[in-house]
Design a protein around this ligand. Structure first.
Ligand code: GLA
Ligand code: ZN
Length: 696
């Protein structure tokens, strides 16, 4: 399925444009256009925080500045993604209608200020939102220069006002129907927390209850529902004015305040804002971390997404504003494209003179000229994106998926035990992610509600699914995993899996619940290791192993380090490949393999070092005949990443990025032409290379 904003052989380039700050400077507004064109900017996102300019007094609307700018941009070949202004509200509204202001968990109502702090339930806020959205859509929804909608801005946060508390009670009632069911699901008899009626339910709060995990989970789901419901309301307002343009919200890096997957069906395309802290560690480390986030965003709809915001240089809200070394900007923006974005947008085009982001990086800085390092680099990226624009709309066909589930994460991180000092859910997923990336493949990050097919057909099934800490089982996940393996899929399942149900109630009768016959063991106990404490996983003697297992083990080391968590398994049919090297469970399984139908399940009992993940992924994928994007037997050079996208006509684009500050040699796969970069088998220091493989 195509991303609806990118169907015309263009990669979107540009970013947040906030000219309402400059209406008394016509020369600046003019320079904006000239400089945007110079930098090859073709897209401006507008109106994001414009409410007080668009509706300066209640009921008095003035869209003239927007109309003038959109017309002018359009005349100059720059298209607009128009935002609804609802991420921040005018002062008059806060003054007149107190209910639009958020209440914190201590029960205090906020004063006017900041942004992203309105009550999502408030009927007044909704009414005002609906009205301005509808009017904007009437005015601009058919403008030839407008290509899409961006709703609100970086939604998130919680409101504990009486209206939200009541909406939460209603939500709980809708989900559980009877108060007895609630008490059962949340195990409220413990510490005498039993409810007699729905009216007694309160949102979790530091002043009240935070240890009822079922309640916490319900609240987080409700908060997602509030934001989703608000988004739907905004989208309906736009549609009610006849605008059919695609709609998105801009999502955030590693944000756990909302379950973004729930937005999948309501949004026409996914977009997100990427602000990496480059140079804090090696570029390559940051690149893997961002790469995982790009892949997660793409996987929400499994279609091209849009990088909605990024900084052309430093931000000013991170603890320290580090500049980017020359070349890093092109790597950053090309990384988005490599992972499936159909554009690369910035915050913001012209740097503000005052207020909180006056020192945030921008395409045009306070100096205002074109002869700046940043402007030159921005222009160079614009030129690259024009050169490779044919990749727009091409799709990622990942053969490997990592199950990375927000609700599961909520539950793991909220539970007390087995390691309150860190379960490292994201880091664990990242280790497996890194392993697959270093093998040289694309990866999807899907949640438990998504299918195990990367395309539309049955034959597009992933070859390998990696499930780190599948703690909370949602829906029919165990049945689907079983079907996947029986049909020939490979599953890696780690410790701390199959522990609780969708309400966070522990399963009885042994874990991993519903998957004991799949993994071929029962998890008896789990040991939390103190920081600094280690164990090891030691390779077993080859005597009783199958040829397949022997081949896999021959590619792996004798032993690997373990820290943090060690589960003790009672084997029920699986073959044991690695065992613990010490402690009272020395000799018990660390890695096991179990054949089920046409596929295999690898059980991973402990938190093992990176090399283990990297070696196991490599050994198993080689055994399965899944070759890397570089072709059989060709390893990626150190700190080079590879991604691919496939076009409608079957052409495959291969993106190579060198995160090292030195030139490196590369094996170029056969039948490829170079569409960006060198064609002599080398990649520049901090260089990009894009290859095209055409089906013959
Ligand atoms: C976020 C916001 C923008 C701006 C940038 C600055 O992404 O959406 O309005 O504040 O951060 O980095
Ligand atoms: Zn509220």
């Amino acid at each position: 399925m195509k991303s609806p904003v990118s169907n015309n052989n263009t990669l979107l380039y540009g970013g947040d444009y906030n000219p309402e700050q400059w209406l008394d400077h016509p020369e600046i507004l003019e320079a904006d256009i000239r400089m945007m064109k110079k930098a090859k900017i073709n897209t401006a996102t507008m109106g994001i925080f414009s409410w007080s300019t668009l509706e300066p007094e209640e009921g008095r609307y003035d869209f003239s500045f927007l109309r003038e700018r959109i017309d002018t941009l359009h005349k100059n070949g720059i298209q607009v993604i128009l935002s609804t202004p609802t991420g921040a509200r005018p002062k008059w509204m806060a003054d007149r209608y107190e209910e639009v202001l958020r209440v914190n968990e201590e029960g205090q109502r906020a004063y006017f200020g900041f942004r992203h702090n309105h009550c999502m339930t408030s009927p007044v806020y909704r009414e005002k939102t609906r009205e301005i959205d509808r009017r904007l859509a009437e005015e601009f929804g058919h403008h030839p220069g407008v290509i899409g909608w961006h709703i609100n801005n970086e939604m998130g946060g919680e409101c504990y006002c009486p209206l939200c508390q009541q909406a939460f009670r209603d939500w709980v009632r809708d989900r559980y129907h009877s108060i007895e069911a609630v008490n059962k699901a949340w195990n409220t008899t413990f510490w005498s927390h039993t409810y007699q009626s729905f009216d007694q339910i309160e949102a979790p709060s530091g002043r009240g209850e935070t240890f009822l995990h079922g309640l916490n989970l319900a609240w987080k789901r409700f908060v997602t529902e509030r934001h989703l419901d608000f988004t739907r309301m905004e989208k309906e307002a736009i549609r009610s004015a006849g605008s059919t343009l695609p709609v998105t919200i801009n999502m955030m890096y590693n944000y756990t305040g909302l379950n973004y997957q729930e937005f999948s069906e309501d949004l026409d395309y996914i977009s997100w804002d990427n602000y990496p802290t480059w140079h804090k560690t090696r570029l390559y480390e940051t690149a893997l971390d961002c790469g995982m986030e790009h892949d997660r965003m793409r996987s929400i709809k499994r279609q091209p997404f849009l990088l909605m915001e990024s900084s052309p240089t430093s931000t000013n809200w991170q603890p320290i504003s580090k500049l980017r070394a020359p070349g890093v900007l092109a790597l950053q923006q090309m990384q988005a494209i490599a992972h499936g974005s159909d554009g690369a947008l910035y915050f913001q085009i012209r740097q503000s003179r005052g207020a909180s982001e006056k020192f945030h990086g921008a395409v045009i800085d306070h100096y205002g000229g074109e002869d700046t390092r940043v402007f030159r680099e921005v222009t160079a990226v614009g030129e690259i994106l024009e050169e490779i624009r044919e990749v727009s709309g091409s799709e990622t066909e990942a053969k490997v998926a990592i199950l990375y589930d927000t609700e599961n994460r909520w539950a793991i991180e909220d539970a007390q035990g087995p390691r309150n000092e860190g379960m490292y859910y994201r880091e664990t997923a990242l280790s497996w992610y890194r392993a697959v990336k270093e093998y040289g493949l694309d990866v999807d990050l899907i949640d438990e509600s998504q299918s195990f097919c990367y395309g539309d057909g049955k034959s597009d099934s992933y070859r390998l699914v990696i499930a780190p800490m599948l703690y909370m089982l949602r829906g029919d996940i165990t049945t689907r995993l079983k079907n996947f393996v029986e049909a020939g899929g490979i599953l890696f399942l780690t410790y701390w899996s199959g522990v609780v149900d969708q309400d966070d109630l522990c399963y009885l009768g042994g874990r991993p619940y519903g998957m004991r016959d799949l993994v071929g063991f029962r998890s008896e106990e789990i040991d939390g290791l103190y920081d600094g404490m280690e164990n090891s996983g030691v390779k077993v003697k080859a005597e009783n192993l199958s040829e397949r297992e022997e081949r896999i083990l021959s590619k792996m080391k004798e032993s690997y380090r373990i820290d943090r968590l060690a589960e003790i398994e009672k084997i029920e049919g699986a073959d044991v490949l690695y065992t613990y090297g010490s402690d009272f469970y020395e000799g018990r399984a660390v890695l096991s393999s179990h054949r089920v139908g046409q596929g295999y399940v690898y059980g991973i009992a402990a938190a093992l070092e990176q090399d283990f993940c990297t070696d196991l992924v490599r050994a198993v994928l080689e055994e399965e005949g899944v070759t890397s994007l570089l072709g059989e037997g060709h390893k990626l050079p150190d700190e080079v990443t590879v991604n691919s996208r496939t076009g409608d006509d079957g052409s495959v684009y291969i993106f190579l990025q060198n995160w090292k500050d030195e030139e490196q040699e590369l094996h170029l796969p056969a039948d490829c032409s170079v569409i960006l970069g060198r064609d002599d088998g080398k990649i520049d220091a901090l260089g990009n290379l894009v290859l095209k493989k055409t089906l013959v």
